[in-house]
Design a protein around this ligand. Structure first.
Ligand code: DGP
Length: 109
């Protein structure tokens, strides 16, 4: 989608520190990390929010990729967060899953 920063990272039109990729999911470092490890996992196809129709399957793919990355990186403890809606902190309207690890257990984003 035009003017979507995460679509642009997916399409390599904007730089991103990519740590994982498969057919449907891209994971890259969050530009404003809230924990020593802070990744964003996004679907390659644009979907605005978890509130959108059909997001459950996409969310499952993101969680599955997050589990894969965590296992690969040897993370035994981490947080997975979807911010849904502006008041909950969603600033980018391309569905994304935060993976945070290595910080204090009470960390919030
Ligand atoms: P949220 O607040 O849930 O919408 O999370 C959006 C996150 O995206 C936020 O933690 C900062 C991150 N972010 C915003 N712009 C960019 C960017 O251009 N590159 C990267 N890597 N992360 C970005």
């Amino acid at each position: 989608m035009e003017d979507c920063i995460f679509c642009k990272i997916v399409n390599r039109e904007l730089p991103g520190e990519i740590v994982y990729e498969d057919d449907r999911v891209l994971a890259f470092l969050d530009i404003h990390p809230k924990a020593p490890i802070h990744l964003l996992l996004v679907p390659k196809s644009h979907l605005a929010s978890i509130q959108n129709e059909g997001s459950e399957d996409v969310a499952g793919e993101l969680v599955s990729a997050a589990k894969h990355i965590a296992k690969e990186k040897g993370l035994s403890s981490y947080k997975l967060v979807f911010n849904v809606g502006r008041e909950a902190g969603q600033t980018v309207n391309h569905l994304h899953l935060h993976l945070l690890s290595g910080g204090p257990s009470e960390l919030t984003i």
